[in-house]
Design a protein around this ligand. Structure first.
Ligand SMILES: Cc1cc2nc3c(=O)[nH]c(=O)nc-3n(C[C@H](O)[C@H](O)[C@H](O)COP(=O)(O)OP(=O)(O)OC[C@H]3O[C@@H](n4cnc5c(N)ncnc54)[C@H](O)[C@@H]3O)c2cc1C
Length: 379
């Protein structure tokens, strides 16, 4: 077993670092606090080949590996945490489900714009009454001639304010087997009142009021749920990578601070109480990184295993948050202030403990693998 990156991976990481330092270092703080999507960053990343890293070249991607995409998130985030979201959107989220399962026509219509950084796609799964119990979703697809009528509502959809197209989970019929997904264009979605997460990211409730979509917009029909979740495991890897990367960003800021800030006539790094915090943080970051790399490196055709993904995500989410929190503490008032990006990293990491499968739900999945049986959560 070799824990080192290959020469190509090192080269790729160095190239991403060079790009990030040249284009993203200036303005990293402003970007973190700005609303809206950093379209300028998306276009630059498209030119650099950082969108569609894992998407086959025949579909306009780079034909790289999931680990390459993880390296891109980590490296970009180490310079500009907010820009890591653009790597996520262009590699890990619904774009990957579209690339994996979409028809040639769907890819032709949507993928090109997503890969050039001109558009972004959102995934609408969560509903007011179907959060962790996502298979309770009610948004329905009713047959209408040669197309479908979609009715329902979605909440907490990331990028909802500016997405071009939505991958909407719908119910074609009863039960888990009745769930599939359709592509709905922005013009057909009614947005509710604008809201914000604690992270500052915008979201708005989506209302689909008897929206007609042609058969060509069905991405995965009845029985597609399992495939969607396989695609969604990729999203979870990106989510894990950002948790780890933002935790690490905060840690590096705190480490630099501890080597320069003096109190009681000594550098902070000379106090044992703080040294032990750093030792704990370093162990968590290293452990999280190994779990994340295992899940990404073992991915089969770019799709990671559910068990390794669940372990990586639950651990990275917790580690990222814990490390950002301790880093903030080490930096005192400066960590709590917007003068540094540490408070931003903490707020972002908090959200990923809930988004994309909460830590509790992932632990339920891990337990099922341990005991090789499923445990119904229903009364
Ligand atoms: C930052 C952010 C971005 C998001 N982006 C999107 C998006 O782009 N698209 C989308 O569709 N959704 C998105 N979501 C929604 C997200 O997927 C849901 O918030 C998540 O699935 C949890 O659902 P809920 O909020 O309804 O909480 P609930 O399901 O009501 O859960 C509440 C609490 O109970 C716990 N819990 C629930 N059931 C169990 C159980 N069986 N065992 C143990 N604990 C349990 C949960 O872990 C949680 O702590 C986003 C959420 C956040 C925070």
């Amino acid at each position: 077993m070799d824990f080192r990156l290959t020469a190509e991976q090192e080269q790729f990481r160095d190239a991403v670092r060079g790009f990030a330092e040249k284009h993203l270092a200036a303005g990293a703080r402003e970007r973190a606090h700005a609303s809206g999507y950093p379209w300028d960053v998306a276009k630059l990343m498209a030119q650099q080949g950082l969108l569609g890293i894992t998407i086959p070249e025949k579909d306009g991607g780079q034909g790289g590996t999931l680990l390459d995409a993880v390296l891109a998130i980590e490296t970009v985030a180490s310079v500009c945490p907010r820009s890591a979201d653009v790597v996520q959107a262009g590699n890990f989220g619904p774009i990957r489900v579209l690339a994996e399962y979409g028809s040639a026509a769907q890819k032709q219509t949507h993928l090109r714009k997503l890969l050039t950084g001109e558009a972004v796609i959102s995934v609408g799964m969560t509903e007011p009454d179907a959060g962790s119990a996502v298979t309770d979703l009610k948004t329905s697809a009713r047959k209408d001639g040669d197309g479908w009528r979609i009715s329902g509502s979605k909440i907490f959809t990331t990028h909802s304010a500016y997405a071009d197209v939505f991958l909407v989970y719908v119910r074609f019929g009863p039960g888990v087997g009745g769930i599939g997904s359709v592509l709905v264009e922005k013009k057909d979605v009614k947005l509710g009142k604008a809201s914000k997460f604690m992270s500052g990211e915008e979201w708005a409730q989506l209302y689909l009021e008897d929206v007609r979509v042609p058969q060509a917009n069905v991405l995965l029909g009845e029985g597609g749920f399992k495939k969607q979740i396989a695609g969604f495991n990729v999203e979870r890897i990106g989510n894990s990578a950002r948790s780890l990367a933002l935790g690490r960003y905060a840690y590096e800021a705190a480490r630099a601070w501890a080597m320069e800030r003096k109190q009681f006539g000594r550098l902070l790094c000379e106090f044992q109480g703080l040294q032990w915090k750093f030792a704990d943080m370093k162990m968590k970051l290293d452990a999280a990184q190994l779990l994340l790399y295992r899940a990404a490196a073992n991915a089969d055709r770019g799709l990671p295993s559910p068990e390794e993904t669940a372990i990586a995500k639950a651990y990275c989410n917790q580690a990222g948050f814990d490390v950002a929190n301790e880093s903030l503490q080490v930096m005192g008032g400066m960590g709590y202030s917007q003068e540094s990006l540490v408070e931003y990293c903490l707020r972002r990491c908090r959200g990923w403990m809930i988004a994309g499968g909460s830590i509790e739900i992932l632990k339920n999945r891990i337990a099922e693998h341990i005991f090789e049986r499923s445990f119904s959560q229903r009364p």
